[in-house]
Design a protein around this ligand. Structure first.
Ligand code: 1GP
Length: 249
């Protein structure tokens, strides 16, 4: 399989938008349930599966990743909430540095724990500048991270933060309203960040409708991440992929 970062860079260069489904392993209720997700992902032409969560309590991440990998050809990308969330069955791991916050543990601490373990795996490690944006309500991500998200109406702060991430050598920028956010990140903020950096931009959190996804793509998102909306209405994954295909750089 092609390296995940190369796939993203090539897609960006050719003006192709991408879609990732976020699977929270805690929400998988047995093999049959996961089978349904696998079928849905397979038939909907979703580009990536992200797996992870800010707080996992069921200890089934490795099993879920293993099964996804065994049945799907799309890249399985870890989106870890902490250094424990590593599975060698995945293809890549977003090595997230929470650059919107000032919590040293999430800027470098967790990474020190994870690095030697990652070295023993075959995972592609992708340095990612992760920014939490305040989208109306406190999410698990902002609570668990002990950080203040970037205010919703401050695109300049988001752009300066993303640019700092780029200068620090990060390869991707992930703008996240947090899972279950009340509203998606504003177009104005995505636009400002997209014009500030050359890096591919991932946008997620609170994307519930086709219009939300289309707005994120047209503002400059290269990858849109959907989770909660598709958990509630799985068929939406087809509509989101349709919107993706219609959206161009
Ligand atoms: C969270 O971007 C993801 O990190 C997905 O959020 O569950 O709100 O779609 P939702």
């Amino acid at each position: 399989m092609k390296q995940v970062l190369s796939l993203i860079l090539e897609a960006k260069q050719s003006g192709k938008k991408m879609l990732a489904l976020l699977i929270d392993p805690d929400k998988i209720k047995g093999d049959e349930h996961l089978e349904k997700w696998i079928q849905l992902i397979h038939h909907s032409q979703t580009d990536f599966v992200f797996v992870g969560g800010s707080l996992l309590t069921n200890n089934q991440m490795d099993e879920v990743v293993k099964m996804l990998k065994a049945h799907l050809s799309v890249p399985i990308v870890l989106f870890p909430g902490n250094w424990n969330q590593i599975s060698n069955h995945a293809d890549a791991l977003l090595f997230l540095s929470l650059i919107s916050g000032r919590n040293p543990d999430l800027l470098i601490g967790q990474h020190v724990h994870a690095a030697p373990i990652l070295k023993t795996t075959s995972l592609e490690v992708i340095s990612t500048g992760y920014m939490l944006i305040d989208c109306g309500r406190q999410t698990t991500a902002s609570y668990m991270s002990h950080t203040l998200p970037i205010p919703y109406n401050k695109p300049d702060i988001a752009a300066a933060t993303a640019l700092a991430g780029e200068y620090l050598g990060m390869k991707l920028i992930y703008m996240d309203g947090g899972s279950g956010a009340e509203q998606p990140i504003s177009r104005a903020m995505i636009k400002k960040v997209a014009s500030a950096v050359e890096l591919p931009i991932i946008v997620g959190g609170g994307i519930r409708t086709e219009e939300d996804a289309a707005a994120a793509y047209s503002a400059g998102a290269d990858i849109v991440v959907v989770g909660t909306a598709v958990e509630n209405e799985p068929e939406l994954l087809f509509s989101f992929n349709e919107i993706k295909s219609q959206s161009k750089q």
